[in-house]
Design a binder for this molecule. Structure first.
Ligand SMILES: O=P(O)(O)OC[C@H]1O[C@H](OP(=O)(O)OP(=O)(O)O)[C@H](O)[C@@H]1O
Ligand SMILES: Nc1nc2[nH]cnc2c(=O)[nH]1
Length: 274
Protein backbone atom coordinates (compact mmCIF):
# COMPACT_ATOMS: atom_id res chain seq x y z
CA UNK A 1 0.00 0.00 0.00
CA UNK A 2 1.29 3.48 -0.87
CA UNK A 3 1.86 5.60 2.18
CA UNK A 4 0.74 9.20 2.37
CA UNK A 5 3.31 11.65 1.25
CA UNK A 6 3.12 15.14 2.67
CA UNK A 7 3.58 18.05 0.28
CA UNK A 8 7.13 19.33 0.23
CA UNK A 9 7.45 22.22 2.66
CA UNK A 10 7.64 25.51 0.87
CA UNK A 11 11.27 26.56 1.27
CA UNK A 12 10.49 30.25 1.22
CA UNK A 13 6.85 30.76 2.00
CA UNK A 14 6.40 34.39 1.20
CA UNK A 15 3.24 34.69 3.20
CA UNK A 16 1.87 32.18 5.62
CA UNK A 17 -0.99 34.17 6.92
CA UNK A 18 -4.08 32.45 8.08
CA UNK A 19 -5.79 35.81 8.45
CA UNK A 20 -5.47 36.43 4.74
CA UNK A 21 -7.47 33.29 4.19
CA UNK A 22 -9.73 33.48 7.12
CA UNK A 23 -13.00 34.99 5.85
CA UNK A 24 -13.42 33.04 2.62
CA UNK A 25 -11.79 29.91 3.89
CA UNK A 26 -13.83 29.66 7.05
CA UNK A 27 -17.00 30.11 5.06
CA UNK A 28 -15.96 27.57 2.47
CA UNK A 29 -14.85 25.07 5.05
CA UNK A 30 -17.97 25.28 7.11
CA UNK A 31 -20.00 24.92 3.88
CA UNK A 32 -18.30 21.60 3.23
CA UNK A 33 -18.40 20.51 6.86
CA UNK A 34 -14.65 20.48 7.36
CA UNK A 35 -12.94 21.79 10.45
CA UNK A 36 -10.40 24.56 10.22
CA UNK A 37 -8.01 22.32 12.10
CA UNK A 38 -7.93 20.10 9.01
CA UNK A 39 -5.97 22.78 7.25
CA UNK A 40 -2.29 22.51 7.90
CA UNK A 41 -0.60 25.63 9.20
CA UNK A 42 1.52 25.52 6.04
CA UNK A 43 -1.54 26.27 3.96
CA UNK A 44 -0.60 29.57 2.49
CA UNK A 45 -1.82 31.97 -0.09
CA UNK A 46 -0.63 35.23 -1.48
CA UNK A 47 -3.23 37.91 -1.73
CA UNK A 48 -2.41 39.02 -5.27
CA UNK A 49 -4.40 37.45 -8.14
CA UNK A 50 -1.19 36.56 -10.03
CA UNK A 51 0.05 34.68 -7.02
CA UNK A 52 -3.27 32.97 -6.52
CA UNK A 53 -3.15 31.85 -10.12
CA UNK A 54 0.17 30.16 -9.38
CA UNK A 55 -0.97 27.03 -7.68
CA UNK A 56 2.25 26.28 -5.92
CA UNK A 57 1.28 28.75 -3.28
CA UNK A 58 -1.53 26.66 -1.98
CA UNK A 59 -0.98 23.61 0.10
CA UNK A 60 -3.81 21.57 1.46
CA UNK A 61 -3.60 18.79 3.96
CA UNK A 62 -4.31 15.24 2.83
CA UNK A 63 -7.01 15.03 5.40
CA UNK A 64 -9.33 16.99 3.14
CA UNK A 65 -11.00 14.47 0.84
CA UNK A 66 -11.82 14.89 -2.81
CA UNK A 67 -15.51 15.61 -2.22
CA UNK A 68 -14.74 18.32 0.28
CA UNK A 69 -12.19 19.82 -2.06
CA UNK A 70 -14.73 20.00 -4.80
CA UNK A 71 -17.21 21.73 -2.53
CA UNK A 72 -14.47 24.04 -1.47
CA UNK A 73 -13.80 24.73 -5.14
CA UNK A 74 -17.44 25.54 -5.69
CA UNK A 75 -17.64 27.74 -2.65
CA UNK A 76 -14.68 29.91 -3.45
CA UNK A 77 -14.47 29.08 -7.12
CA UNK A 78 -15.06 32.61 -8.30
CA UNK A 79 -12.16 33.86 -6.33
CA UNK A 80 -9.85 30.92 -6.67
CA UNK A 81 -10.07 29.10 -9.97
CA UNK A 82 -7.56 26.46 -9.13
CA UNK A 83 -7.26 23.81 -6.51
CA UNK A 84 -5.25 20.82 -5.54
CA UNK A 85 -6.86 17.43 -5.71
CA UNK A 86 -5.57 14.06 -4.62
CA UNK A 87 -4.40 11.47 -7.12
CA UNK A 88 -5.02 7.74 -6.85
CA UNK A 89 -1.64 7.25 -5.27
CA UNK A 90 -2.41 10.00 -2.76
CA UNK A 91 -0.13 12.59 -4.25
CA UNK A 92 -1.31 16.12 -4.63
CA UNK A 93 -2.02 17.08 -8.19
CA UNK A 94 -2.84 20.42 -9.67
CA UNK A 95 -6.03 21.02 -11.55
CA UNK A 96 -8.11 23.95 -12.59
CA UNK A 97 -11.78 23.33 -12.08
CA UNK A 98 -13.64 24.11 -15.27
CA UNK A 99 -17.13 22.98 -14.28
CA UNK A 100 -18.13 22.24 -10.72
CA UNK A 101 -20.79 19.78 -9.63
CA UNK A 102 -23.63 22.30 -9.71
CA UNK A 103 -22.71 23.43 -13.23
CA UNK A 104 -22.50 19.84 -14.44
CA UNK A 105 -25.90 19.02 -12.96
CA UNK A 106 -27.41 22.08 -14.61
CA UNK A 107 -25.82 21.10 -17.95
CA UNK A 108 -27.15 17.54 -17.83
CA UNK A 109 -30.62 18.84 -16.98
CA UNK A 110 -30.49 21.22 -19.93
CA UNK A 111 -29.37 18.41 -22.21
CA UNK A 112 -32.19 16.12 -21.01
CA UNK A 113 -34.79 18.86 -21.54
CA UNK A 114 -33.61 19.44 -25.11
CA UNK A 115 -33.65 15.71 -25.89
CA UNK A 116 -37.10 15.32 -24.30
CA UNK A 117 -38.44 18.17 -26.43
CA UNK A 118 -37.03 16.66 -29.57
CA UNK A 119 -38.24 13.08 -29.09
CA UNK A 120 -41.40 13.63 -27.04
CA UNK A 121 -42.91 10.26 -26.08
CA UNK A 122 -41.24 8.31 -28.91
CA UNK A 123 -39.41 5.22 -27.61
CA UNK A 124 -35.67 5.69 -27.79
CA UNK A 125 -32.69 3.34 -27.84
CA UNK A 126 -30.03 5.18 -25.87
CA UNK A 127 -26.46 3.94 -26.33
CA UNK A 128 -23.55 4.91 -24.08
CA UNK A 129 -20.13 5.15 -25.69
CA UNK A 130 -17.96 3.62 -23.02
CA UNK A 131 -15.99 4.27 -20.96
CA UNK A 132 -15.95 8.05 -20.74
CA UNK A 133 -19.70 8.56 -20.94
CA UNK A 134 -20.61 6.32 -18.03
CA UNK A 135 -21.12 9.03 -15.41
CA UNK A 136 -22.99 11.33 -17.79
CA UNK A 137 -25.06 8.43 -19.07
CA UNK A 138 -26.25 7.38 -15.61
CA UNK A 139 -27.24 10.97 -14.85
CA UNK A 140 -28.84 11.62 -18.25
CA UNK A 141 -31.07 8.58 -18.77
CA UNK A 142 -32.71 9.11 -15.40
CA UNK A 143 -33.77 12.57 -16.51
CA UNK A 144 -35.26 11.50 -19.85
CA UNK A 145 -39.01 10.92 -19.92
CA UNK A 146 -39.62 8.69 -22.97
CA UNK A 147 -39.63 4.85 -22.86
CA UNK A 148 -36.01 3.77 -23.29
CA UNK A 149 -33.95 0.75 -24.21
CA UNK A 150 -30.45 1.21 -22.93
CA UNK A 151 -27.21 -0.24 -24.26
CA UNK A 152 -23.46 0.25 -24.47
CA UNK A 153 -20.70 0.14 -27.03
CA UNK A 154 -17.02 0.62 -26.35
CA UNK A 155 -14.76 2.91 -28.34
CA UNK A 156 -11.24 3.95 -27.52
CA UNK A 157 -8.65 6.05 -29.29
CA UNK A 158 -6.83 7.96 -26.55
CA UNK A 159 -5.19 4.92 -24.92
CA UNK A 160 -2.76 6.33 -22.38
CA UNK A 161 -2.42 9.72 -23.94
CA UNK A 162 -3.62 13.14 -24.88
CA UNK A 163 -3.90 12.61 -28.61
CA UNK A 164 -6.37 10.64 -30.65
CA UNK A 165 -4.82 7.50 -32.15
CA UNK A 166 -6.30 4.46 -33.87
CA UNK A 167 -9.94 4.09 -32.96
CA UNK A 168 -10.90 0.63 -31.75
CA UNK A 169 -14.57 -0.23 -31.37
CA UNK A 170 -15.99 -3.20 -29.48
CA UNK A 171 -19.68 -3.71 -30.24
CA UNK A 172 -19.99 -7.16 -28.64
CA UNK A 173 -22.28 -5.86 -25.92
CA UNK A 174 -24.38 -3.67 -28.19
CA UNK A 175 -28.11 -4.39 -28.16
CA UNK A 176 -30.09 -4.71 -31.39
CA UNK A 177 -30.63 -1.28 -32.93
CA UNK A 178 -32.30 -2.35 -36.19
CA UNK A 179 -35.41 -0.28 -36.92
CA UNK A 180 -34.93 1.80 -33.76
CA UNK A 181 -34.47 5.51 -33.13
CA UNK A 182 -30.99 5.63 -31.61
CA UNK A 183 -29.40 8.30 -29.44
CA UNK A 184 -25.63 7.93 -29.04
CA UNK A 185 -24.33 9.52 -25.85
CA UNK A 186 -20.71 10.52 -25.35
CA UNK A 187 -18.90 12.66 -22.82
CA UNK A 188 -16.87 14.77 -25.24
CA UNK A 189 -16.71 15.71 -28.89
CA UNK A 190 -13.08 16.52 -29.71
CA UNK A 191 -11.79 15.51 -33.15
CA UNK A 192 -15.24 13.99 -33.74
CA UNK A 193 -13.79 10.69 -34.94
CA UNK A 194 -15.51 8.54 -32.30
CA UNK A 195 -19.04 9.84 -32.77
CA UNK A 196 -18.66 9.91 -36.52
CA UNK A 197 -17.56 6.26 -36.68
CA UNK A 198 -20.24 5.08 -34.28
CA UNK A 199 -23.04 6.99 -36.01
CA UNK A 200 -22.04 5.26 -39.22
CA UNK A 201 -22.04 1.89 -37.46
CA UNK A 202 -25.55 2.42 -36.06
CA UNK A 203 -26.81 3.13 -39.57
CA UNK A 204 -25.02 0.02 -40.87
CA UNK A 205 -26.73 -1.99 -38.12
CA UNK A 206 -30.08 -0.78 -39.48
CA UNK A 207 -31.05 2.00 -37.03
CA UNK A 208 -34.12 3.91 -38.24
CA UNK A 209 -32.49 7.19 -37.16
CA UNK A 210 -29.33 8.21 -35.32
CA UNK A 211 -28.88 11.33 -33.17
CA UNK A 212 -25.92 12.23 -31.00
CA UNK A 213 -25.61 13.94 -27.61
CA UNK A 214 -22.50 15.09 -25.77
CA UNK A 215 -21.83 16.88 -22.56
CA UNK A 216 -18.76 18.72 -23.84
CA UNK A 217 -17.99 20.16 -27.23
CA UNK A 218 -14.34 21.15 -27.51
CA UNK A 219 -13.47 24.27 -29.47
CA UNK A 220 -10.87 22.72 -31.71
CA UNK A 221 -10.41 21.48 -35.25
CA UNK A 222 -12.88 18.67 -35.86
CA UNK A 223 -11.75 16.22 -38.51
CA UNK A 224 -15.25 15.11 -39.48
CA UNK A 225 -18.35 16.81 -40.87
CA UNK A 226 -20.70 15.41 -38.24
CA UNK A 227 -21.62 17.71 -35.36
CA UNK A 228 -23.47 16.58 -32.22
CA UNK A 229 -27.24 17.16 -32.30
CA UNK A 230 -27.33 17.98 -28.60
CA UNK A 231 -24.56 19.45 -26.46
CA UNK A 232 -24.42 20.97 -22.99
CA UNK A 233 -21.14 22.92 -22.89
CA UNK A 234 -18.57 24.42 -25.23
CA UNK A 235 -15.13 24.11 -23.64
CA UNK A 236 -11.68 25.42 -24.52
CA UNK A 237 -9.12 23.27 -26.30
CA UNK A 238 -7.53 21.83 -23.16
CA UNK A 239 -7.24 18.31 -21.85
CA UNK A 240 -9.96 17.75 -19.28
CA UNK A 241 -10.58 15.02 -16.73
CA UNK A 242 -13.28 14.10 -14.24
CA UNK A 243 -16.98 13.26 -14.49
CA UNK A 244 -16.10 10.13 -16.45
CA UNK A 245 -13.14 11.48 -18.43
CA UNK A 246 -9.75 9.99 -17.70
CA UNK A 247 -6.07 10.46 -18.14
CA UNK A 248 -4.42 7.04 -18.24
CA UNK A 249 -7.54 5.53 -16.64
CA UNK A 250 -7.42 7.88 -13.66
CA UNK A 251 -9.66 10.71 -12.49
CA UNK A 252 -12.92 9.40 -13.98
CA UNK A 253 -14.38 9.51 -10.48
CA UNK A 254 -13.78 13.22 -9.84
CA UNK A 255 -17.14 14.88 -9.30
CA UNK A 256 -16.10 17.98 -11.26
CA UNK A 257 -14.53 18.62 -14.65
CA UNK A 258 -10.99 19.89 -14.38
CA UNK A 259 -8.14 20.89 -16.64
CA UNK A 260 -5.04 18.87 -15.91
CA UNK A 261 -2.05 21.17 -15.71
CA UNK A 262 0.69 20.24 -18.23
CA UNK A 263 3.22 19.63 -15.48
CA UNK A 264 0.83 17.25 -13.74
CA UNK A 265 0.15 15.42 -16.98
CA UNK A 266 3.86 14.62 -17.28
CA UNK A 267 4.08 13.60 -13.64
CA UNK A 268 1.01 11.37 -13.82
CA UNK A 269 2.35 9.72 -16.96
CA UNK A 270 5.73 9.11 -15.35
CA UNK A 271 4.11 7.63 -12.22
CA UNK A 272 1.86 5.38 -14.24
CA UNK A 273 4.86 3.97 -16.07
CA UNK A 274 6.98 3.48 -12.92
O1 LIG B 1 -13.94 13.26 -30.62
P1 LIG B 1 -12.81 12.32 -30.37
O2 LIG B 1 -11.47 12.94 -30.69
O3 LIG B 1 -13.01 10.99 -31.05
O4 LIG B 1 -12.71 12.07 -28.80
C1 LIG B 1 -13.83 11.74 -28.04
C2 LIG B 1 -13.67 10.40 -27.38
O5 LIG B 1 -12.47 10.36 -26.61
C3 LIG B 1 -12.73 9.77 -25.36
O6 LIG B 1 -12.68 8.37 -25.41
P2 LIG B 1 -11.31 7.57 -25.27
O7 LIG B 1 -10.80 7.16 -26.60
O8 LIG B 1 -10.39 8.31 -24.38
O9 LIG B 1 -11.80 6.24 -24.52
P3 LIG B 1 -12.55 6.15 -23.10
O10 LIG B 1 -13.97 6.58 -23.33
O11 LIG B 1 -12.44 4.71 -22.75
O12 LIG B 1 -11.83 7.04 -22.13
C4 LIG B 1 -14.16 10.22 -25.08
O13 LIG B 1 -14.77 9.40 -24.11
C5 LIG B 1 -14.81 10.16 -26.43
O14 LIG B 1 -15.39 8.91 -26.68
N1 LIG C 1 -9.98 12.71 -20.77
C1 LIG C 1 -10.15 13.25 -21.98
N2 LIG C 1 -10.46 12.48 -23.03
C2 LIG C 1 -10.61 13.09 -24.21
N3 LIG C 1 -10.92 12.57 -25.42
C3 LIG C 1 -10.95 13.57 -26.28
N4 LIG C 1 -10.67 14.75 -25.69
C4 LIG C 1 -10.46 14.45 -24.39
C5 LIG C 1 -10.12 15.27 -23.26
O1 LIG C 1 -9.96 16.49 -23.29
N5 LIG C 1 -9.98 14.60 -22.08
Amino acid sequence: MTSLRAPKPNAHPRVIDRFTLAPSLHLALSACGAQTTQIEPTLCILPSPEAIARLSLIEITFRIGIRELSTLGGAIGNHLTALLAISQNRKLIRMRILLDEAQLTEGVERLATEIDHHFGDRPLTVIAIMTGSLVLFADLIRRLSMPQRVGVVQASSYRGGLKSGDLTVDAKMLIDVAGRDVLLVDDIFDTGKTLDRLSGMMSEFGAASVKTAVLLHKRTDHIVELRPDFKAFEIPDEFVVGYGLDFMDMYRNLPYLAILEPHEIEQTAAEAKS
